[in-house]
Structures are given as C-alpha cells and as structure tokens.
Design a protein around this ligand. Structure first.
Ligand SMILES: Nc1ncnc2c1ncn2[C@@H]1O[C@H](COP(=O)(O)OP(=O)(O)OP(=O)(O)O)[C@@H](O)[C@H]1O
Length: 270
C-alpha cells in the first residue's frame, strides 16, 4: 500500500487552521404553488482548507440546494455561510468555483477559450491566459483538443473542459454538483482519478455532491451524509484510506465497510 504523504498536512488542517467553509444554522424553505417545502433544517458544518468533502443523501434531501447556497446562488431562509471568514451574500468567483452536472460551455468559443474565460473576465493578458488554459487542458487529458468547439467534443471531454475551467478560475474553494453523473462508468472513474491528481497539486477545498457511494469513498477525505427531506446532517464519515487512491482499494474490506456504513445510513432514510 502506498504511504499517505498528505496525512500530516490534513491533520494540521483539521487542528490548527480556521475553517474554510463555515455553515451555521442553515434552514431553507422553498415557496411553491402548493405551499412551502422545507428543504433543509439546521445545517451546521465546518470544513477545513484543502479537504475533499463529499455530500450524499437520499434524492431530494437538499444536497444541490446546500451547494447552491455555498456558491451564493440561493439565499438561505435562515442561517449564514462564510467562506474564508467572509459571508456569502452572492456569487464570489474569486473565492468559489462551481462545476455542474452538465458542462455549461460557451458554444462559440474553443475549449481553450472556454477554460481561459474566467481569466479574461479578470483582465489577464491573452498570452498568459492561453498558456494557463493549455496547461490545464493537458492536465485533464485534452492535449490536441485546444481549438475544438464544444459540439466537436464528447460529453466526457466537455466535462473535462468544465473541470479545467473550474481550476483555471483558481478559487480556493471548488463546489461540484454531480460533475460526472452524465458520464459512463469508465469515463467517470478516469475523470475521478484526474480530478484527484489535479487536486493533489492545487489543494483546493472541494465539496462534491454525488449519488455514487463508491465514487464518494474513492475520492473524499470525509463524506457528509444528509437525512431525507428536510435534510439534516446525519453523520460525517472520515475516509481514512491512504492517498494516492488506487482502483485496487475498491476491492478491499475496509473500502467495502466504509461504503456500507454510508449506505446503511441512507437506506434507513427511505
Ligand atoms: N426552486 C425550487 N422550488 C421549489 N422546490 C424546490 C426548488 N429546488 C428544490 N426544491 C425542492 O427542495 C428539495 C431539495 O432539492 P435539491 O435539489 O436540493 O435536493 P437534492 O438532494 O440535490 O436532490 P437530488 O439528489 O434528487 O438531485 C426537493 O424536495 C426539491 O423538490
């Protein structure tokens, strides 16, 4: 088994550093034509810098809602969220990047231009942003596809472009809402490895919503399990598997036990 070289850094992050994301007393109600929907109830979370955290729970428990609140795209009914000590009252692209299930690329721009777009918005010079976008496209395995437009790319490739764009923005926090859900199993596993490789290099704080429990255990340092609606935090499960993660680990008893622990919590909710 490989050594967990990142463990001391993570332990330090958990003990001595202030939290990167602080979620305090979040309750959320949606107003609908048929009355009020209580989506989330009293969520409190503290996430340390550099952690890769999964968010799982039964369908409709409020995972996406919570992520959208962390991104400043939905305003909670009650409670507040701070990132790096400052409250989130709206989108904060300098602090937070978001990658959605469907890669929302600009169709008239090339892969490279799409990745470089956040830098363009920040006024970074063309040569610099092109070089950065090229480097990230290579990192996600898209060397040679820089000048292609989205309609010339497969679903998996588009998702890689979206991930590269998330990293190009270079926010300390990256929120990912089922980024691999629309992909086939093999592409999902490959992209998961690529995401981990980039994360090891850039050490962003990642919150990753998924329905895939194997994916959650494979990728994360910790998995937060929400209850059925209204979503409440049921458990925070530490994934103490060594890094770098390898596919062989999925066949180990320990991996199976962690997955089962999460599944038994979710199963009881349905
Ligand atoms: N804009 C909205 N208006 C009204 N109700 C909403 C709205 N968005 C979400 N909801 C409701 O709030 C609850 C939580 O939705 P949310 O999408 O956050 O859950 P989720 O856990 O991400 O679901 P899934 O796992 O199915 O993607 C659901 O009951 C949903 O129907």
């Amino acid at each position: 088994m490989s050594l967990d070289l990142a463990a001391p850094r993570r332990a330090e992050a958990m003990t001595s550093q202030p939290s990167e994301i602080e979620v305090s007393g979040i309750t959320h109600r949606y107003q609908t034509g048929r009355g009020e929907v209580l989506a989330l109830r009293n969520i409190n979370l503290s996430i340390a810098p550099g952690r890769f955290v999964g968010l799982v729970g039964p369908s409709g428990c409020g995972k996406s809602s919570l992520l959208m609140m962390m991104a400043g795209l939905v305003k909670p009914s009650e409670g507040n969220i701070t990132v790096r000590g400052s409250p989130i009252n709206g989108p904060a692209p300098d602090r937070i990047g978001v990658v959605f299930q469907e890669a929302s690329l600009l169709p008239w721009r090339t892969a490279q231009e799409n990745v470089a777009f956040p830098l363009k918005l920040r006024g970074v010079k063309r040569a610099e942003r092109e070089a950065k976008a090229e480097e990230l496209l290579h990192l996600v395995g898209l060397k040679g596809f820089e000048k292609r437009h989205p309609h010339e790319l497969s679903g998996g490739m588009k998702q890689r472009v979206a991930i590269a764009r998330g990293f190009c923005q270079d926010p300390p926090v990256l929120l990912m809402d089922e980024p691999f859900a629309a992909l086939d199993e093999q592409t999902r596993m490959t992209l998961g490895d690529e995401l981990l490789r980039i994360w090891e290099q850039h050490r962003k704080t990642v919150v990753f919503v998924t329905h895939g429990l194997t994916e959650a255990v494979y990728l994360c340092d910790e998995v937060i399990v929400l209850s059925g609606r209204p979503g409440e935090v049921l458990a925070r499960i530490e994934i103490d598997l060594p890094r770098p993660r390898t596919w062989e680990m999925m066949a180990t008893e320990h991996f199976g036990r962690l997955r089962e622990q999460i599944w038994s919590l979710i199963r009881r909710q349905s």
